[in-house]
Design a protein around this ligand. Structure first.
Ligand code: SF4
Length: 688
C-alpha cells in the first residue's frame, strides 16, 4: 500500500487554456490524471475552475502524440533521431541565411508556450539568425488592445487585477462572450452583480449568457463600437461631467482630443450603431455618475479593421471619466490563450525586446548586444501577417513556428496554405500532426505544459510557475530545450539546464521584470509586472502616474470611417467566437473525450427572422460563400442572433472552418486579421 501511495503525487500547475490563469493541483498516478483540485491559495481563481481546466487534459495521453522528429520524404514523413533533425534544421537555416539573408527567415511563437520559451524564440531569431522577423499568435487576437493602451496609458495590460473588476460599481463588457471565453472571471462578475449590486452593461452582436444577465444590453451594428464610445465620451464632456481634477493632474492632449470628437454627435452615433440616442445618453450619465467603472473587452472589439482605434476609444473614455489608478476601475482586455500576455511581454514581437523596449532604441539594443555578444538589427521585422504576404512576394523563404496551427487559425487559410507551399523550408513544432504540419518539411515533437516547467502570465499581468506534473513521454522535448539544441548547433551555446536560468537572464535585461525570480514564484506565489528589483510587484497600475516621462496619459484623437458593410451580393454578416467547452481551434479539447461527447462539432446560428425568410429549419444545412472561400454548416435557429447576423463557433473543422471565409483585411494599426468582418451569401444545401 505504501508503494502505491508513493506513486500518487500532487503537483501545482497553471491552466493551459484561457487567460484567466487558474492554478490548481493535479493529482496523478504515473501518467494517469486522477483529479484536478483547485487550491484556496490560487491567486486568480481560488477554489473555482471551469470544465476545460477540470477535464480538458486527455490530450496529454492521446495516442496521437508525436514522439519522434519527422523529416519530409516526398508526400510523407520519415521518423528520425533528434541529432539528425536538429542538424538538418540548422543546416537549412544557415543555407537560407547565407543565400538570401537573415531576413528571409521568420519565427512565430505560441501563446500556449511559456514566457521562457517566448524569450528564447526572440533570442534565436535576433541573436542566432540576426533578424527581427519574430512574432507570436497574439497578432491574431489581442495586439490591437495592446496598441490602444500603449498609445494612451503606456502599458499594454489589464489596469488592475481580476479582483478589481469585482470591486467596480459598473462593469461594461464589449465584444466579449465572457461566460464562455473566460468562465471563472465571468463568475466573479456574476457574483458581484447578484450579491453586491454591481451594474453590468453588455455591448455585443450576440445575445449570450452575460447579455441575458445585464442591466443594459445593446447590439450595435458590427464594427461601430468606436462610434458609440466616442459619442458617449463627447456627451460627457459636453455636459461637463468629466473628471476635471483627474484630467488636470494626469492627462495630456485634451484640446486636440476634444477637437477630434466634433463629428461624434449622438445623431451620428444613432445612425451608425443603431442604438437609440436616448439610450446612449443614459449610458453616458450612468458612467459619469458611477464612481468606479471597469471596461472589459475581447475579440469582438479587436478583430476588426478598427480594432486598435476602438481599444483606444475605450481608454479615452476611461481617462475622461478618471477611471484609472484606483481600485475597482480601468481597462481590462481579456486575453484569450493562457499566455497571450506573457508571449508578447517576453519579446516575441517584431518591434520589441522583452518588456516592450523598442528595437530601434540604441541604449536598449546595446544592452542586449553586450549580453549576447553580437550586433543586433534595429529596424522592426515582419509580423505574422507581413510574413505570409512576404512569402507570396518572394521576400521570405523560411518559417519556424511552434505551438500554433497557423494553417487553421490565421484568416483566409487558403491564402495562408498557398504561402506554406511556396516556402523553401518550413519547420513546425507541436504535440500532434495538424493541418499546418501537412505543409512542413520538418516536424519537431514538443511536450505539453504538464510535462515541463516554466511560467505563464495571465490576463492580469500575473506571472505564475508551473511544475512538471509528469515526466515527458520518451521522445518529445520542451520547446525551450529544442531551441537550446538548435542554437547550439548554430554556434551559440546558451547552456541552459532549467527554465529558471532563462528567467534570470530575462529579468537582468528587461527592467519590467527586474525582480522576477523563481524563488519569489515558489508554489502558489505570483508576481504582477512591473516587478522592481526588490520584488515589489504591481497588482494595480498607474497609482502614481503613467509610464511616460511627464507621468501623464495621452488622450488620443480618432476618426471613423465605415470600411465594412454587407453588399447586395454578400448580404449577411458572419460573426464568430468561442464555445465554453472547446478551446480555440480545438486541437486540444477535441482530444478530451468528456468534452467532445458533450458538444457538437460546429453549427451556424441563424435568426428566426432569417430562417423564416429563407424557408430553412433547425438541422438544415447551408453553404456560406464569401469573397475568399466557402464553408458549410448545420443550422441552429436561435434568437441569440438577430436579423442578418450569422454566428459560427471558432472550433469548426474541415469544411465548416470559419477561416475558409475570412479574407486578408486587417486592423490598420496592428495587422490583426479582421476576423469579425465577413460578408457572405448563403445557399441552402438542405432545408431541414
Ligand atoms: Fe480557468 Fe480559463 Fe482554465 Fe477555465 S479555461 S480553468 S477559466 S484558466
Amino acid at each position: 500500500a505504501a508503494m502505491r501511495e508513493e506513486r500518487i503525487k500532487k503537483t501545482k500547475t497553471v491552466c493551459t487554456y484561457c487567460g484567466v490563469g487558474c492554478s490548481f493541483d493535479v493529482w496523478t498516478k504515473d501518467r494517469k490524471i486522477l483529479k484536478v483540485e483547485p487550491n484556496a491559495e490560487s491567486p486568480a481563481n481560488g477554489i473555482s475552475t471551469c470544465i476545460k481546466g477540470k477535464f480538458g487534459w486527455d490530450y496529454v495521453n492521446s495516442d496521437e502524440r508525436l514522439t519522434k522528429p519527422l523529416i519530409r520524404e516526398g508526400d510523407s514523413f520519415k521518423e528520425v533521431e533528434w541529432e539528425e533533425a536538429i542538424a538538418y534544421v540548422a543546416k537549412r537555416f544557415k543555407e537560407i541565411k547565407e543565400e538570401k539573408g537573415a531576413d528571409h527567415l521568420g519565427f512565430i511563437a505560441s501563446s500556449k508556450a511559456t514566457n521562457e520559451e517566448s524569450y528564447l524564440m526572440q533570442k534565436l531569431s535576433r541573436q542566432v539568425i540576426g533578424t527581427n522577423n519574430v512574432d507570436n499568435c497574439s497578432r491574431y487576437c489581442q495586439a490591437p488592445a495592446t496598441k490602444g493602451l500603449f498609445r494612451t496609458v503606456g502599458y499594454g495590460g489589464d489596469s488592475g487585477s481580476i479582483s478589481d473588476i469585482a470591486k467596480a460599481e459598473l462593469v461594461i463588457t464589449i465584444g466579449s462572450n465572457t461566460a464562455e471565453s473566460h468562465p471563472v472571471l465571468a463568475s466573479r462578475i456574476k457574483r458581484a452583480h447578484k450579491l453586491f449590486g454591481q451594474k453590468l452593461f453588455v455591448f455585443d452582436l450576440r445575445k449570450h449568457e452575460m447579455a441575458g444577465r445585464a442591466d443594459r444590453f445593446y447590439q450595435p451594428e458590427s464594427g461601430t463600437d468606436l462610434v458609440w464610445l466616442s459619442a458617449v465620451t463627447k456627451y460627457i464632456l459636453d455636459q461637463g461631467w468629466e473628471d476635471q481634477a483627474f484630467l488636470d493632474e494626469w492627462v495630456n492632449q485634451l484640446d486636440e482630443y476634444k477637437e477630434s470628437l466634433k463629428g461624434f454627435t449622438m445623431d451620428y452615433a444613432e445612425k451608425m450603431t443603431g442604438i437609440p440616442q436616448q439610450d446612449l445618453k443614459e449610458v453616458a450619465e450612468e458612467i459619469a455618475n458611477s464612481g468606479k467603472v471597469a471596461i472589459c473587452w475581447a475579440m469582438g472589439v479587436t478583430q476588426h479593421m478598427r480594432g486598435s482605434d476602438t481599444s483606444t476609444a475605450i481608454s479615452n473614455l476611461l481617462l475622461v471619466t478618471g477611471n484609472y489608478g484606483k481600485p475597482g476601475v480601468g481597462a481590462y482586455p481579456l486575453r484569450g490563450h493562457n499566455n497571450v500576455q506573457g508571449c508578447s511581454d517576453f519579446g516575441s514581437m517584431p518591434n520589441f525586446f522583452p518588456g516592450y523596449e523598442n528595437t530601434t532604441d540604441d541604449e536598449v539594443r546595446e544592452r542586449y548586444e553586450q549580453a549576447w555578444g553580437v550586433d543586433l538589427p534595429a529596424e522592426p521585422g515582419m509580423d505574422n501577417h507581413e510574413m505570409i504576404e512576404a512569402v507570396h512576394s518572394g521576400d521570405l523563404s523560411c518559417i519556424y513556428v511552434y505551438g500554433e496551427d497557423t494553417g487553421v487559425v490565421d484568416s483566409n487559410v487558403n491564402y495562408v496554405r498557398d504561402a506554406f507551399e511556396k516556402l523553401d523550408f518550413f519547420v513546425v513544432q507541436d504535440l500532434f500532426l495538424t493541418k499546418t504540419t501537412e505543409y512542413a518539411d520538418v516536424v519537431l515533437p514538443a511536450v505539453p505544459s504538464l510535462e515541463k516547467e516554466g511560467t505563464f502570465t495571465n490576463t492580469e499581468r500575473r506571472i505564475q510557475r508551473l511544475y512538471k506534473v509528469m515526466d515527458p513521454l520518451p521522445g518529445p522535448k520542451a520547446d525551450w530545450e529544442i531551441m537550446t539544441l538548435l542554437a547550439k548547433e548554430l554556434g551559440f551555446d546558451w547552456g541552459y539546464s532549467h527554465p529558471s536560468e532563462i528567467m534570470e537572464e530575462a529579468a537582468k535585461l528587461a527592467p519590467l521584470f527586474a525582480g522576477v525570480t523563481y524563488e519569489r514564484l515558489e508554489g502558489y506565489k505570483s508576481l504582477q509586472w512591473p516587478v522592481e528589483e526588490d520584488g515589489t510587484d504591481t497588482p494595480l497600475l498607474f497609482l502614481d502616474g503613467f509610464p511616460f516621462e511627464d507621468k501623464k496619459a495621452r488622450l488620443y484623437p480618432l476618426e471613423f470611417e465605415l470600411e465594412y458593410r454587407t453588399t447586395e451580393k454578400y448580404d449577411l454578416h458572419v460573426n464568430n467566437g468561442r464555445l465554453l467547452e472547446h478551446f480555440h481551434e480545438g486541437n486540444m479539447t477535441y482530444k478530451s473525450e468528456g468534452i467532445s461527447r458533450k458538444t457538437p462539432d460546429s453549427f451556424v446560428e441563424i435568426s428566426p427572422e432569417l430562417a423564416k425568410e429563407r424557408g430553412i429549419k433547425e438541422g438544415g444545412e447551408v453553404r456560406l460563400i464569401s469573397d475568399a472561400g466557402e464553408a458549410v454548416g448545420t443550422v441552429t435557429v436561435t434568437d441569440r442572433v438577430r436579423g442578418k447576423e450569422l454566428y459560427l463557433p471558432l472550433n469548426g473543422r474541415g469544411k465548416s472552418a470559419v477561416n475558409l471565409l475570412t479574407d486578408n483585411r486587417v486592423d490598420k494599426d496592428s495587422n490583426t486579421p479582421a476576423y469579425k468582418e465577413i460578408a457572405v451569401k448563403m445557399e441552402i444545401v438542405k432545408k431541414e
